[in-house]
Each structure stands twice: as C-alpha cells, then as structure tokens.
Design a protein around this ligand. Structure first.
Ligand code: AMP
Length: 393
C-alpha cells in the first residue's frame, strides 16, 4: 500500500507517493503558482519529468490532475493513507494526529501562531479529504517533536500573561527532519538512539539546530516563529528585540515592513546583497566578493555558537549531524564550522568531508574527535512512516 505525502503551501503543493516500509517512491509532484497565472503540476514518475497546466490554478484542480495521473498509473485505489505536513501544532499536538473534524478545528485554532502556513495546510487537507474520501488522513506537525523541551528551554523571559493568554513561548520547527536524522545517525553509528546525545543541524533555506537527548528534543534554535536562531537564506535569525522599534523610527517603516524585511531581505541575502543561495555565495566569495565572504563567515560563526549552545542543553555531546541542502553539500561550511568548535573537541577529516556530497552520507570527523556525520534528510519518508505509525496505533 502507498502513502501520499502532501506539503501544502499558500501557492504550492509538494506531493510524494511512497511506501513507508521500503521507502520506494512511485511518484513525486509539485503544483506551483496556485492562485496565480501559469499554475502547473510538475510530475516525476520513474525519473521522467512532465508538466500539466492548471488553467484555474486552484487546489481542487491540482488534486483532480493528480487523481488523473494516479488513475493512469493504476495507483489510485492503492492510496490508503494521506500524510499532511502541518507547520504549527501549538501546545495541542505533541504527536501526529488522525484528522477528524475536531482535529481540523484544533489545527485552525493554531493558525494565529502560523498565519501564513496553517491556513494553507488546512486548505490542502480539505481538498485532499474531498479528493481521497476513502483514505485515512494524518497531520504530522513541524512543532510536535519539540514539545518534549523542558520549560526552562521553551519559556521566554517576557510577561507571564503573554505566555498564558497568547501562547508566547518557543515551539521550534523542522521537527520531522531533526527526528529523522537523529534516528538515521543512531543507525549509522550502530548505537541505540536512547543512549545518544546528538546535536542536529538542519541547514537549508531555513536553518535550525536541535539538541536531541535519547531521541527527544530538549532544545532547538527556532522559537515562537521560524525566524529565531540561525542566519538563514533570507531570514535574519536572532536580532536584538529592540531592533524593531529602532529601525521603524529611523527608516520610517511600519511593523509589517520590518517583519517582511527580517523574513525576506535578511540572512545570507541581506548581508551579501547578492543571493540567498549558498552555492552562489561560495562562487562569488571565491572571486573576491567581500559581501559574499562576510555572509558566509557570519553564517558559520552563528551556527557554531548555536551548536555550542545546544551542548549546554545536553551536558555532553556524542555526535553532531549535518543535514539539509547546505548541511549535505557545503563542504567548506562544514569544515569552517567544525574549526570553530574546538571547544567541543570537533575536528574534520578533510577527505571524508569532501566525499560527503550529493546524497553521500557518512562520518566526516577525524579519529578521536567529536563524531560528526552527514545524514541525508527525508521528510517525506518520515511523514509517511509517522502516518503509518499513527494509523497502526
Ligand atoms: P534546501 O532548502 O534544503 O533545499 O537547501 C537549499 C540550500 O542548500 C541553498 O542555500 C543551496 O545553495 C544549498 N545547496 C544545495 N546544494 C549545494 C551544494 N552543492 N553546495 C553548497 N550549497 C548547496
């Protein structure tokens, strides 16, 4: 039986049809530009890419096109379950949930915490329930893995009423990826996950680190929103909370404009004034572009500081894991980060580090140094597994 994994954004739907046991993938698809002109469903079946235009560009139309493809492949009746990535589960969800009307209302109630993401996730769930009326639907939350954080890690030092009345606390994100790579790291090290203290670094367009103790998140760098913590592609990560007031007055910006700039014009892009794409920055830095060099240096420095911070949550660190597009490929970023982590006993094996790119995972630390791994994340597979586990329970 196949599980359909859906990641529904405001203008896109990412789709994967896979077997949760074997990991076999029957189909991947991406519906883009929904609600805009030129919407299309891009399919990949067995390595053969194809695009279907979506004239109306709506969610139901994207699902109808997907159903036609599944029919053509004779796979529609094999879709027994649909797993949905849902960004924010607040304090309500500490595990995946079978989607019922009550659960959908609870996801809706978390929308204030993720106003851009949860409404899109909900629209996707509603469309999928109509398109696949016989399949069980499960919500897998980005925040759920971090619900094991102790209060000392998740509370901000702000007025208590903000937490009690408005849910102002640290939630953390990328939970599916952190949980998956921690499991994979334990498997690669041939050690029980329950005995391991790991720091996992998910470095993609969004970036976060997580302290994983015995397979449970005990701290992470993202907070109330995915803006906190590390420097990211276009997101600032941590800034002085006094910045908002200062820059609003100095530059004559309103709160929405400040928030938009911190989310979309900051990070690697903001510092380099060139690109949010790490590959481009590495190439430009190689040509002597000072902004690109500085952006990379700030990225690495802040990452190393955050990894060391996670060591406080763990007491001692058994291993460090790199994942995400940057973590899985950026050899120089990994080497520079480890060079700054002598305090944790880190040290790189240059040739092992150079080999761990483009889907190759493995250990990149020098003998006797902090065990450091590159692990390829697979959020779709993890969502399919969690969906199967939820339905089995
Ligand atoms: P993700 O969001 O996980 O797809 O990661 C996107 C980020 O990974 C972008 O900053 C890319 O530039 C970066 N990335 C992907 N491939 C490479 C590579 N070969 N070397 C360096 N960075 C890469």
């Amino acid at each position: 039986m196949w599980t359909l994994v859906l990641n529904c954004g405001s203008s896109s739907v990412k789709v994967a049809l896979l077997n949760p046991d074997s990991g076999a993938v029957a189909l991947t698809a991406l519906a883009e530009r929904l609600g805009q002109g030129g919407a299309a469903l891009r399919l990949d079946v067995g390595g053969e890419p194809r695009a279907v235009a979506l004239a109306g560009g709506s969610y139901p139309e994207a699902f109808a096109a997907l159903l036609r493809e599944l029919d053509a492949l004779g796979l529609r009746s094999d879709v027994s379950a649909v797993g949905h990535r849902v960004v924010h589960g607040g304090e309500t969800f500490s595990a995946p949930a079978l989607i019922t009307d009550v659960v959908l209302d609870a996801i809706r109630a978390c929308s204030a915490l993720a106003p851009l993401h949860n409404p899109a996730n909900i629209a996707g769930i509603e469309a999928a329930r109509t398109a696949f009326p016989d399949a069980a639907q499960v919500a897998v939350f980005d925040t759920a893995f971090h619900q094991t954080m102790p209060e000392v890690a998740y509370r901000y030092a702000v007025p208590d009423a903000w937490y009690r009345q408005h849910g102002v606390r640290r939630y953390g994100f990328h939970g599916t990826s952190h949980a998956y790579v921690a499991q994979e790291a334990a498997r690669m090290l041939d050690r029980p996950l329950a005995e391991l203290n790991l720091v996992t670094a998910h470095l993609g367009n969004g970036c976060s680190v997580c302290a994983v103790q015995g397979g449970r998140s005990v701290d992470t760098s993202m907070g109330l929103t995915p803006l906190e913590g590390l420097v990211m592609g276009t997101r600032s990560g941590d800034v002085d909370p006094g910045l908002h007031d200062f820059i609003a007055r100095q530059a004559g910006l309103n709160l929405d404009q400040v928030t938009a700039a911190l989310n979309r014009e900051s990070g690697l892009l903001g510092v380099s004034q060139l690109s949010n794409d790490l590959r481009e920055l590495e190439a430009a830095a190689g040509r002597g572009h000072a902004g690109a060099r500085l952006a990379l240096d700030v990225f690495v420095y802040r990452l190393a500081k955050a990894v060391a911070g996670m060591a406080v949550a763990l007491g001692h660190v058994d291993g460090l894991v790199f994942t995400g597009g940057i973590g899985e490929n950026a050899v120089a970023v990994r080497a520079a980060t480890l060079a700054r982590l002598g305090i944790l006993g880190a040290g790189v094996d240059d040739s092992a580090n150079a080999r761990a790119v483009r889907g190759v995972s493995g250990t990149i630390s020098a003998p006797g140094r902090l065990t450091t791994l590159v692990v390829n994340t697979n959020e779709e597979l993890m969502i399919a597994r969690e969906t199967a586990r939820t339905l089995g329970a």
